[in-house]
Write a protein that binds this ligand. Sequence first.
Ligand code: ADP
Ligand code: ZN
Length: 447
Amino acid sequence: MALYEYAHDLDTPVHPVSAPDYMPIEQLRALQLHRLQGLIKRVYDNVPLTRKRMDERGVRPEHVKSLKDIALLPFSVKTDLRDEYPFGLFASPMNDIVRFHCSSGTTGKPIVIGNTQNDILVWQNGCMRALAMCGVRSSDVMQVAYGYGLFTGGLGLHYGGEGLGCAVLPISGGNTDRQLMLMKDMGVTVIACTPSYFLHLIDEGMKKGLDFKTEMKLKHGVFGAEPWTEEMRAKIESLTGITAHDIYGLTEICGPGVANDCQHRRGLHIFEDHFYPEIIDPDTLEPLPDGEKGELVFTTLTRTGTPMLRYRTRDLSRIYTGACPCGRTIRTFERISARSDDMLIIRGVNVFPSQIEAGLMSIDSVLPHYQIIVDKEGDLDTLEVKVEVTKETFSDEIKTLEKLRSRIGHAVQRIINISAKVTLVEPHTLPRSEGKLKRVTDLRKKA
Ligand code: ADP
Ligand code: ZN
């Protein structure tokens, strides 16, 4: 029973692994400080780059006496991992490393993360708590269609599912026909993959005349690794009848299982006893108070292989103030709708692809498949949005299609404040993806 003692709402049985989610705040803060102090010492003693940066600032591990003092410490960024490739940021001897992962970065050298046995357990703990938060239990059959290998998605969710006692189907990405066949025949109840790959699965299933609502046992989707919107979630849920959950993570911090949303969908709860969050102003690098929007920064309090001190994620968010009705004491952040690197500047206006997505998905006959193309005509930036619409709509009269096109154009313009050329295309014509989908093509960059 002791494991349940922090659960505020005893009417809702709390999964035993979720006990730390409900830790009393003072106890959580004390634990974080204790772990932070240990981490700083470990990094200072073992990572020359961080020691040099701390020495230059005149900061020593013993100067950190409260959680606020974290602001004294230097940040780390992705290029540190590239510059120190492959092992420069490792804080444990190779003898203690049990597994590597690399980021899915497409250019240059990858970043290499080393996990000790401890790190694998910490990561598994995050994924188990995330899945438990989604309502996944040991009786569930979980299909893991995130990629396995150097990418963290597959193995992360795999260990999480096994840890909870689920029956895990480690199918990895791709081979969509087989995915659908096994999902149906094996009575899969939980699917874990990127939201864009799930859209592809729905699409292919529908092509075969498969009804997700009646022919599948699917209850939960555990979707992450790329930005998606609340409007996209609504589309997915109405097409399939499942509950779509948002899981967040990044390779540098471990992988998936850093944060996840509970049933109240008030942002994503951060497993902050392991991953200490901050929001900073990306220009001044000053910490911002809870409630203000900025760049999300994480310190891995318990990792030993490649611990990260104040790692700048480039993801934009805010930490919510006030308690979540679920009773968890770990804080939540606003779901990530954009990475700072995703921002497009079109005719001088800052535009995030997720804003366009929100506009598109607000219209009924629009399918969740679209592409954004930015180009230049003379000196003027142009924006084109190609979007699939239902088969029925497509066979409507030209006049009706024209009306729909203009409705979509207005819905997008209302949100981003600039006009876009809207091109309606038939179902199944735009690119699909087995992992993270690239929806934006910026042709201005070719010059
Ligand atoms: P890469 O940086 O090479 O894409 P990762 O797989 O580690 O490698 O990607 C982590 C990034 O993916 C995060 O920093 C974030 O931008 C994005 N991401 C992960 N989960 C989510 C999510 N649930 N919502 C939005 N973005 C996410
Ligand atoms: Zn909650």
